[in-house]
Design a binder for this molecule. Sequence first.
Ligand code: CA
Length: 231
Amino acid sequence: MRLLIIEDEIDLANALARGLRQQGYAVDIAANGEQGLFLAEVNDYDLLILDLNLPDIDGLDICRDLHNKNPDLLILILTARDQIEDKIIGLDSGADDYLVKPFHFQELLARVRALLRRSGQERHKPVLEWRDLKLDPVTHTVWQGKRRLDLTRKEFAILEYFMRHPGKVVSQEELLEHVWDMNANPFTNTVRVHIRSLRKKLGDDAENPRYIKTVVGVGYSLSPPRSQPRP
Ligand code: CA
């Protein structure tokens, strides 16, 4: 899951980004509205954390603008304005949730998880399941049957992305977009390396995969794509 933080208090933005990255999210930061709009234009984000009081553009205008361009983008507003009108205007402008400053990081994290969960197919099931795999985004644990897997953050994030989109053929570019942030090595070879190590930990065989199937020239899929007959 890739997140964008638009926040001009750079210490706060950095602290949020650090905490979110520790949870396995890919995070980019914009220090003003203009930069935020630009990044949202060129990258594909799953969720936006948006401060309302920015030096150049009103956060509510950014919210409206980005919501109109991409209604699927989840928007969590951060605001020091605790007046009820601002909350109502924010939600009416396309925001999905809001948090009044100061807040606890754990609460922000819980709200981010709740928004991502609500938007996904696993609406009522926080633990994702696929065949004998169980992935818990809250505790960051993965089980394969009775065996607990020891995955790196990136391997976990890749598997989570697959499990949120079962059956979908996911390209290397899509994984780069949603699992890595701007500081990442932009080469798709990075994806291949992590897929290989993930397969190894799953005990999967690229030639005869039980989990991650390679769709030649397109990407990867957690199960055979529906358009192709099962072998
Ligand atoms: Ca601010």
